[in-house]
Design a protein around this ligand. Structure first.
Ligand SMILES: CC(=O)SCCNC(=O)CCNC(=O)[C@H](O)C(C)(C)COP(=O)(O)OP(=O)(O)OC[C@H]1O[C@@H](n2cnc3c(N)ncnc32)[C@H](O)[C@@H]1OP(=O)(O)O
Length: 208
């Protein structure tokens, strides 16, 4: 028997991802949340505590999606789940537009209204959030998050675990390092180092 998908997380991001998976025609069996999670997540029962991952695996669940907004936590729990033998699913809205030449990793989320253009590469566990645009030849690193309405022009590279807040703009060819943060509404016109936080128009560094 084909089991439903296990979703890790029970917060706001998980709500959206559960509904993305359902829109793809999948059944979500359970969410697995922290001990303080609500009992239900958009109608899906929530099991509290990561120990449930192992017990669900033992009774035959094998497909899983990690729906946690924190990039580092998403990466860590995905590694735990794959070590337990889970296969990471993608949650991709039927209302996203994705080029046939784009390359998508595993465990990624692409929300409604997102556009991913020709030969873009989206690495494992990345989030391309609502209405974000990733133009031709962009490279989005592992477990990076491109927040709603952010627009990347062509040939932009985003390093692993980086976060671009809501409504950012990045001009063509820019390279943003790993674990970098761009504040909401930032306009990036020069390269950004690993670990830096930048804000504003044009974006300036507030933390190195
Ligand atoms: C579906 C979803 O919800 S997806 C989630 C989307 N989430 C977001 O877009 C959140 C984006 N987060 C931000 O923009 C945050 O403000 C961050 C991450 C850039 C900075 O957060 P913090 O490290 O807590 O910085 P803090 O709030 O202390 O601000 C530091 C300074 O930067 C300024 N600043 C912070 N964010 C911004 C911004 N987006 N644009 C311009 N200036 C900013 C502050 O005014 C402050 O300036 P000051 O020192 O002159 O007073």
């Amino acid at each position: 028997m084909r089991h439903g998908i296990v979703v890790v997380g029970a917060g706001g991001h998980a709500k959206v991802c559960v509904e993305l998976l359902q829109a793809m025609g999948e059944k979500v069996a359970y969410c697995v949340g922290g001990v303080d999670s609500p009992d239900m997540c958009v109608g899906i029962p929530v099991l509290k505590g990561d120990a449930h991952l192992e017990s669900l695996r033992q009774v035959g669940y094998s497909r899983l999606f990690v729906a946690i907004g924190s990039n580092s936590l998403r990466a860590r729990l995905s590694a735990v789940a794959t070590d337990q033998g889970y296969q990471l699913m993608n949650a991709i809205s039927p209302h996203a537009v994705i080029s046939p030449s784009a390359r998508l990793g595993a465990g990624i989320a692409v929300m409604a209204g997102a556009i991913i253009n020709a030969e873009a590469e989206i690495d494992d566990l990345a989030i391309i959030n609502t209405g974000a645009t990733v133009d031709h030849d962009c490279k989005i690193g592992k477990a990076a998050h491109i927040a709603p309405q952010t627009s990347l022009a062509g040939n932009v590279t985003i390093g692993a675990l980086s976060f671009l807040g809501v409504g950012c703009k990045v001009i063509p060819g820019i390279q943003i390092g790993e674990q970098a943060t761009v504040g909401a509404g930032g306009v990036v016109i020069s390269n950004i180092c690993d670990g830096a936080t930048v804000v504003g128009v044009p974006a300036r560094t507030i933390k190195q």
